[in-house]
Design a binder for this molecule. Structure first.
Ligand SMILES: [Zn+2]
Length: 425
């Protein structure tokens, strides 16, 4: 990479730093819980317009997105929740890039536990606090300033650069990143600036279900005539726990195990049983999230759970006649794997290496959650994620470190500049 360009880009981002922080503060102060992204998107639209981009406002078309295999229904109507796309058109013979981020955030509850106002964007010790500050308004703003720095430094990328501010990533991206791809907003490479100090090239597959067990309620004095659904669901819980342990021991995907964690996680996140303390529980249910690795198929994982539940039910006289019900949730994410040797990944790694401490080489990573990045594989777009870092995404006193906001903007700018120099293959 051209040393002069690197220096010019880094100097420009440093110059824009104060402005970048205050724009991020403005965005964090606009609550944008999934379903209520409208006002934050109006703000992003103004920002893209101010940069002189060609700005498109795209409300998802339900009839189109539902047809796609990866579609997850967030339960929210799309009206007044557009995706905002800002395009800096370049030479069509050169490679193009998408810098993507989601504007929606998860709920800030329980508010009382926050030390910092979740919508206050307070800064303390080099950290900016707020719901979504880290996940991932910082990434959206570092993308914006990456392009702004390039334009101001007179290093306009040769190929096209597309900024995307999308909705409902936290609910599967059906009306967000998926809608953008389906309407033709694509490029030769995509960076999703989700928080991470590394380059994420692989994501876990995830499905969720609720398992419902029926009992027979009865008055305590007639409990011998009832069937307690809580007692009936516990063996199923135990069996899932065993399955999780077995898979942790047997299923391995090295990119997921870099930090010493297992590759798969199967958790029961909710358990509800009974209606009233003085009645035999007539119903019980538990919510289960199953993570799996690239190479495993969603249908096979579903079948695995269904077989397990059927086996346990078969061993119980009551459950044999009253089989548990499995309800699969609309949220589902297939695993993602992007070949780290792809020139796009190598370009981004090289960009990041120029910005981060050169002593620790940037290594491709895998993570056991999901991001919009996975959607790109259906549209033939090489994709990865990296972005500003911080603490407690989705948690109390979520924050982003401002130093990483700056380095993420530099790396995104370098990557966009370098990638867009290349000829389309
Ligand atoms: Zn996120």
């Amino acid at each position: 990479m051209d040393r002069k360009a690197i220096d010019a880009i880094c100097t420009e981002v440093d110059f824009l730093y104060d402005e970048m922080v205050s724009v991020l503060q403005e965005l964090v102060r606009i609550p944008s819980v999934t379903g209520e992204e409208g006002p934050a998107q109006a703000f992003m639209k103004t920002q893209y317009e101010a940069l002189g981009l060609e700005v498109h406002s795209l409300e998802a078309d339900r009839s189109r997105v539902v047809e796609h295999i990866t579609y997850c229904d967030s339960g929210h109507p799309f009206k007044d929740r557009p995706n905002i796309i800002g395009i800096k058109k370049g030479d069509p013979r050169k490679q193009s890039i998408i810098l993507n981020g989601h504007v929606d955030v998860v709920s800030a509850e329980p508010l009382k536990q926050w030390k910092h106002d979740p919508w206050g964007a307070e800064i303390e010790n080099g950290r900016l606090y707020g719901r979504g500050a880290l996940d991932m308004k910082a990434g959206l703003i570092s993308n914006l300033f990456a392009l702004k720095a390039l334009l101001q430094a007179d290093l306009e990328p040769m190929g096209s650069v597309m900024l995307q501010s999308v909705i409902e990533e936290e609910h599967g991206g059906g009306g967000g990143a998926l809608a953008c791809f389906l309407e033709g907003y694509t490029a030769d490479g995509m960076i999703v600036s989700e928080p991470a100090p590394w380059v994420t090239v692989s994501l876990a597959g995830i499905i969720r279900c609720t398992i419902k067990v029926q009992g027979k309620s009865a008055h305590p004095s007639q409990s011998h005539l009832g069937v307690n659904a809580i007692g009936k669901i516990l063996p199923l819980y135990k069996a899932l726990e065993q399955l999780d342990l077995r898979r942790k021991a047997e299923v391995h995907f090295p990119l997921f195990e870099q930090n010493g964690a297992p590759s798969c996680h199967l958790i029961v996140g909710t358990l509800h049983g009974g209606e009233w303390i003085a009645s035999v529980a007539g119903a019980a249910e538990m919510g289960c999230r199953i993570g799996f690795i690239p190479g495993e198929k969603t249908d096979d994982i579903r079948k695995m759970i269904e077989t397990l539940v059927a086996d346990i039910a078969h061993q119980d006289e009551w459950l044999r006649d009253h089989p548990p019900l499995i309800e699969w949730h609309p949220f589902q994410a297939e695993p993602h794997y992007q070949d780290p040797d792809h020139p796009f990944v190598q370009t981004v790694i090289s960009a990041l290496s120029h910005v981060q401490n050169p002593v620790t080489p940037v290594k491709p990573h895998g993570v056991t959650w999901t991001e919009d990045t996975r959607l790109a594989q259906h549209f033939g777009v090489p994709a990865l994620s990296f972005g500003p870092c911080g603490e407690r995404p989705h948690g109390i006193d979520e924050c982003v470190t401002l130093e990483s906001l700056k380095s993420a903007a530099k790396a995104a700018a370098l990557a966009a500049y370098q990638w867009c120099l290349g000829d389309k293959s």
